[in-house]
Design a protein. Structure first.
Length: 201
């Protein structure tokens, strides 16, 4: 009896349930596994998104022995010389909520005329044999004056993407629309294409 071919497996090295849900939607043909509860991830203290993603991917691969992907992402404001950048998840403090971080960014950018922003995502894939691949992607836009929408997470309610110039924020786009243009969607698809080309290792 011939069953359907097994879907390729990847562990996603994150504790963020929103990211897990998003990546599973983007990689609909893959088996994206959650990070086991007993795996400890290193602190995100790198100077670049790629450094932080690599640390998480390597730790998860060492603990599970499985192929792993890990991302680090954030928002860069032109008026703030690229801040929050790699500090996006804790911009308002180590225990800050998404709302706290968004409020801080909105307050700081309000003092400037330039409201250009960019989402940046770096994804690292560690194959079963330990080989590493890195891909990065960006999504540019404008920071809205007030947040709108209840989709997405993080800074999405105030991010007006250049790719959809109809005035909707990332949090107002349908999931498929967001994934088609988002920094994470682009990076995940790029890493998936690389894995397909290289084959299982």
């Amino acid at each position: 009896m011939n069953g359907a071919p097994a879907r390729p497996e990847l562990v996603l090295a994150t504790r963020n349930p929103h990211k897990l849900h998003e990546v599973r939607e983007i990689l609909a043909g893959w088996e994206v596994l959650p990070l086991p509860d007993d795996v400890e991830l290193p602190p995100e203290d790198g100077e670049t998104f790629a450094e932080n993603a690599a640390g998480k991917a390597r730790a998860a691969h060492a603990a599970t022995g499985k192929p792993v992907i890990a991302d680090d992402s954030g928002i860069e404001a032109a008026a703030l010389e690229g801040r929050p950048g790699v500090r996006s998840a804790r911009y308002a403090g180590p225990d800050a909520s998404d709302q706290d971080n968004l409020d801080k960014l909105l307050d700081e950018v309000a003092e400037h005329e330039d409201r250009r922003v960019a989402y940046v995502c770096a994804i690292v894939h560690v194959a079963a044999d330990g080989a590493e691949t890195v891909r990065e992607a960006r999504c540019t836009g404008i920071l809205a004056e007030r947040p709108r929408g209840d989709g997405g997470f993080g800074y999405d309610p105030a991010f007006l993407p250049d790719d959809f110039p109809d005035g909707r924020t990332m949090a107002e786009l349908r999931p498929a629309e967001k994934h088609s243009i988002s920094h994470r969607g682009r990076a995940v698809r790029a890493i998936a294409e690389s894995i397909r080309e290289e084959g299982p290792r």
